[in-house]
Design a protein around this ligand. Structure first.
Ligand code: BT5
Length: 336
């Protein structure tokens, strides 16, 4: 988005946040930005065409409708630069915000290939081809969730990056709890569950050589503001949103700030001390341990009890015969 539009959005948002709920008059905007009223009008029209709900009244001026449904990239960057927890290894988040993309992971992968730095974040209001693992689809309709991917460049082996998904799951669960009071359980390796239904998922993709990671793209999806009827029939019994669980909408901007801040500090700790500290919290937040599970791989099927998470992040399953197995990939289903 260009600078002028960001400044107009900021002026509208500031007036909203001051709690006055007052529209900003065209004259006032023109004065603040140093433009003519006609130029302000033109930019507002463009904002509206790109999907921003700017309301206008000839007598009152302009204001934003449904503020909690909008993500403000500049507000996210500004708040993060002030939050101590946001100053982890990632010195500066650089946020690229789109109204629509096929997949934020695809865009982040392209940017990473072109040399974009660690901390580059791609967000989209909607994804038209959002992806889960193993070629599965991720339902990402407009304005109802957080669809975000970030580029990381950890100096570690490809094998060690599996733990980044688990570190991110802990950070995501923590951020959701801080923002909503709800405490999602983590289902190994990448699902976040509330009331037994999926509220978020993580897709980690890497570009690597045999012993060295070039870059990693961490994709996070959180269903924040879906109403019950917003899920397609095939997800109706499987998925939930923070709004459904809480009975009110959440601010996607505030939640995004929390997610990035929590992740920055967890990631720094992971780089300095390895997976140990996240592991302890993963165990506390786990929705998998102590449950009867079925682990399926391309050619294998294992039933048993999930009993532990090993120091590398592999799930330990105990079969009815008492054997312990390490599971490092594939699918794990909870049995009721
Ligand atoms: C995941 O895959 O859970 C990873 C999801 C990652 C999504 C983010 S959004 C930003 C970034 N850009 C992308 O393109 N992707 C990432 P997996 O464990 O394979 O789960 C996929 C399964 O979850 C699907 O087969 C559905 O059953 C279910 N599902 C799809 N959309 C869902 C949604 N919005 N909420 C809950 N469940 C969903």
């Amino acid at each position: 988005m260009n600078n002028v539009k960001e400044r107009i959005l900021k002026a509208l948002r500031d007036s909203h946040q001051e709690g006055t709920g007052q529209p900003v008059s065209g004259g006032e905007l023109a004065k603040r930005l140093g433009f003519s009223r006609a130029a302000v009008w033109k930019h507002i029209e463009e904002l509206r065409r790109s999907g921003y709900p700017v309301a206008a009244s000839p007598r009152l001026g302009y204001w934003l409708e449904a503020e909690e449904d909008l993500v403000f990239p500049e507000a996210i960057a500004e708040t993060l630069s002030q939050a101590p927890a946001g100053r982890g290894r990632v010195p500066e988040w650089r946020i690229e915000h789109h109204l629509s993309l096929p997949s934020t992971n695809d865009r982040a992968m392209e940017l990473a290939q072109d040399g974009a730095p660690e901390g580059t974040v791609v967000m989209a209001e909607e994804q038209t081809r959002g992806r889960g693992r193993l070629g599965r689809a991720w339902h990402s309709p407009k304005g109802t969730g957080i669809w975000l991917s970030t580029i990381l460049r950890p100096a570690c082996s490809p094998a060690a990056t599996a733990a980044v998904t688990l570190v991110a799951a802990v950070a995501l669960s923590r951020a959701i709890e801080a923002e909503s009071g709800l405490r999602p359980g983590i289902k190994w390796p990448n699902d976040l569950l509330l009331s037994g239904r999926k509220v978020g998922g993580i897709l980690t993709e890497i570009s690597a050589e045999l012993d060295r990671v070039n870059h990693l793209v961490l994709g996070l999806g959180v269903n924040s503001n879906h109403a019950a009827g917003d899920f397609p029939p095939d997800l109706a019994g499987l998925a939930t949103s923070l709004r459904i669980e809480l009975g009110r909408k959440v601010s996607r901007t505030a939640l995004t700030v929390r997610i990035l801040a929590e992740f920055a500090s967890s990631y720094q700790e992971f780089l300095e001390r390895g997976f140990a500290s996240a592991r302890a919290e993963w165990l506390e937040r786990s929705a998998t341990l102590g449950r009867a599970v079925v682990a399926t791989g391309p050619t294998s099927r294992l039933e048993g009890l999930a009993v532990d998470l090993d120091p590398d992040g592999a799930l330990i399953i105990k079969t009815p015969a008492g054997d312990l197995h390490r599971v490092t990939g594939g699918e794990v289903t909870l049995r009721s």
